[in-house]
Design a protein around this ligand. Structure first.
Ligand code: UTP
Length: 286
């Protein structure tokens, strides 16, 4: 009943963060001292996952390189006696077993998940959208996995959003079966406020049944010409339980400039040394 594989769809174009994402994978933008993608991988490992499966595109080679050995750099660091840094570089390449599958065309998140079928078709698996960075004590994926282990079925992360934000997300409908846990009966991708079934938005963490692949195969391109994961999960609710969990933690949408900047400031404020740097700048504005 546990979840050992975690899928990372990272083949998107990152248009909300242009022009920087013209040449740089947004997952490689730094959050203080590590790339965004590293936070997601650390979360998956801390949640008990062992295999990391990245769905990448042609502009995302830097992600593969980041998790690989870098013999030249390691050699130079060793020769210069920078042994602590040398060890750190080795640790990054050893932190996880990472597999890569190419999504040849960015046909949507649903299609990206479908690309993971050869590896994930036999068991429940986790999905992390690494743009959504959660800062908090318990890793959000582990909060979902706990519900899956207790109740079975698929699980999505929910957050209550303000009216003005409803049209930016997939919105869930369902009955609350326990405090903060809903049995989901319907989902709508980016609805107008008046069409939204609730204010609970689905955020970038999932535990999915392998049955999702059958449903994704049957999907037609939906909103924006893309194959939507939300449509397949909505179909799934008709045959298997899908739970929504209101997660604990603070989310930053690092796929946007504002979210990325906020995450950097939050992480700096959480660090004793960097906090001083931020406060110095803020105080100098007064
Ligand atoms: P987004 O909706 O954030 O799209 O995708 P995007 O292309 O990354 O960014 P914007 O909206 O243009 O700025 C959600 C997640 O799904 C992945 C993205 O990499 C991101 O992790 N994705 C999206 C794919 O892997 N393939 C796709 O075809 C689309």
């Amino acid at each position: 009943m546990t979840v050992k594989k975690c899928l990372f769809p990272v083949a998107g174009l990152g248009t909300r963060f242009l022009p920087v994402t013209k040449e740089i994978a947004k997952e490689m933008l730094p959050l203080v001292n590590r790339p965004i993608i590293s936070y997601g991988v650390e979360e998956a490992l801390a949640s008990g996952c062992e295999d990391i499966v990245m769905i990448t595109g042609r502009t995302k080679r830097s992600i593969e390189n980041y998790f690989d050995r870098s013999f030249e750099l390691e050699d130079i660091l060793k020769r210069r006696g920078k042994l602590e840094l040398y060890q750190k570089m080795i640790q990054i390449s050893e932190m996880a077993e990472v597999l890569y599958i190419r999504q040849r065309e960015p046909l949507g998140l649903g299609h990206a998940v479908l690309c993971g079928e050869p590896v994930c078709k036999d068991e429940f698996f986790g999905v992390i959208l690494p743009d959504d960075v959660f800062i908090g004590k318990a890793p959000v994926l582990s909060q979902l996995i706990k519900v899956h282990e207790r109740l079975g079925g698929s699980v999505v992360a929910l957050e209550k959003v303000a009216d003005k934000d409803v049209s930016r997300y997939g919105i869930a409908a369902g009955d609350e079966v326990e405090s903060g846990i809903f049995r989901i009966s319907d989902m709508v991708e980016k609805p107008k406020l008046e069409d939204a079934p609730s204010r609970y938005a689905i955020m970038g963490r999932y535990v999915l049944s392998p049955e999702i692949f059958t449903l994704l195969h049957g999907q037609q391109a939906g909103t924006g010409g893309e194959i939507q994961l939300t449509d397949a999960i909505r179909e799934l609710t008709k045959s298997e339980p899908v739970w929504g969990v209101v997660y604990h933690g603070k989310r930053f949408d690092c796929g946007t400039q504002k979210g990325w900047l906020s995450a950097n400031i939050q992480l700096a404020l959480d660090d004793d040394e960097l906090r001083e740097v931020v406060m110095e700048i803020v105080n100098a504005q007064k």
